[in-house]
Design a protein around this ligand. Structure first.
Ligand code: H2U
Ligand code: ZN
Length: 348
């Protein structure tokens, strides 16, 4: 498959253009600064470190594991406008549609240690993050249709602070990406009878070319339809699991273990503090949707060929469709070749 071709994303319904021959082209464009200068374990100026004051004026407690607080600059707010405010004075033109939304945004500090990342945390501490994700999701799902847990990591991704942290945005609506995935998974179940991502994980395990790491519960694969060079789809492969709270204790342990292995490989790939946006897609909060929805996480790293060269989604990709140069098979092979002990930690 060295010729240009398109691949179909079964999960989103989008196509991606693959141009493997193009990865040889010279690069004289923007070179990003390599991330990863040493940080202290506690930074008195960091608004996420334990005991410090946040930008909104509140003070973080002296937390020792994970810590969750309500985002001081939340994109979604619990209360909608009052009825007087909701009624427009004059009917707006039909083409200018809008809807009110309600929601809640939280920040999760993964660790009190300012100098760590998920990849460098011990598996037991990552297990604590998994617990927090489950607990927060369970709480917010009782009130909202969609709970988006995510981590935006690295300056290159627009992350505002290197302290290891993620976010949760919960809202009373199903956002675009979730709606596309819901429709695609439903379509698959209706026409094939199985669960799309379980069938997909089985296909990838049989084929093997795109699998990066696997344990008894989870498969991490550079998906057939990956857009980002080192994109990963993380799926619980052993059974139908719609939501985080449906994971057994064993599956949660296995999740912490596979995250450690996957994220270490990411850092080792370019020997850098590997940036990405990652997040969980659980079944939306409506009982009939759980039948076809399989829990999964996406990892979207922006890096292309080194710690300093980033993939840009511009031009044809903004106007036509996404395109990639290195194939998912080559990306997966490179990640498989990486070590599972972190390059910054002493080898014994
Ligand atoms: P990033 O993932 O982009 O770094 O975002 C961190 C979040 O933390 C961001 O959404 C919030 C910002 O609103 N924040 C607070 O809630 N309190 C603060 O004191 C600073 C940042
Ligand atoms: Zn900090």
């Amino acid at each position: 498959m060295n010729h240009p071709h398109r691949r179909f994303n079964r999960l989103s319904g989008d196509w991606v253009l693959v141009s493997p021959h193009r990865s040889q082209r010279p690069w004289q464009g923007k070179v990003e600064r390599a991330a990863g200068e040493a940080r202290p374990p506690h930074d008195p100026l960091c608004y996420l470190c334990a005991g410090n004051e946040r930008a909104g004026g509140e003070r973080n407690p002296p937390y020792t594991e994970t810590h969750v607080f309500t985002n001081d600059f939340a994109a979604l707010l619990p209360a909608g406008p009052g009825s007087a405010e909701r009624e427009p004075a004059a009917e707006p033109p039909r083409l200018l549609e809008s809807r009110p939304v309600r929601g809640e945004c939280r920040v999760i500090c993964f660790s009190p240690r300012h100098d760590l990342t998920l990849a460098r945390m011990p598996v037991a501490a990552i297990r604590g993050v998994v617990d927090t994700w489950l607990r927060e999701s369970c709480d917010l799902r009782s009130r909202f249709a969609w709970v988006q847990i995510f981590e935006n990591k690295g300056e290159i991704m627009g992350c505002s602070n290197p302290h290891p942290h993620g976010q949760i945005w919960a809202g009373d609506f199903i956002p675009n990406e979730a709606a596309k995935e819901d429709a695609a998974q439903k379509r698959w179940t209706e026409s094939n009878g199985g669960v799309l991502l379980l069938d997909y994980a089985r296909t990838e395990a049989e084929c093997g070319d795109r699998v990066v790491v696997r344990n008894k519960s989870w498969t991490a694969v550079v998906p057939w339809w990956a857009v980002w060079p080192y994109e990963i789809l993380l799926i619980p492969h052993a059974r139908h699991v719609p939501r985080l709270i449906d994971l057994t204790a064993d599956e949660q342990d296995d999740l912490a273990e596979i995250l450690k292995r996957l994220l270490t490989r990411y850092d080792n790939l370019f020997e850098s503090d590997f940036p990405y946006s990652m997040g969980w897609h659980e079944a939306p909060n409506a009982p009939d949707l759980e039948g076809w929805w399989q829990l999964h996480a996406h990892f979207y790293p922006p890096l292309l060929r080194s710690a300093t060269v980033k993939k840009f989604m511009v031009g044809y990709e903004m106007l036509g469709e996404a395109q990639r140069d290195i194939t998912p098979e080559i990306a997966a092979a490179r990640l498989r070749n990486c070590d599972e002990s972190h390059y910054l930690e002493a080898h014994t």
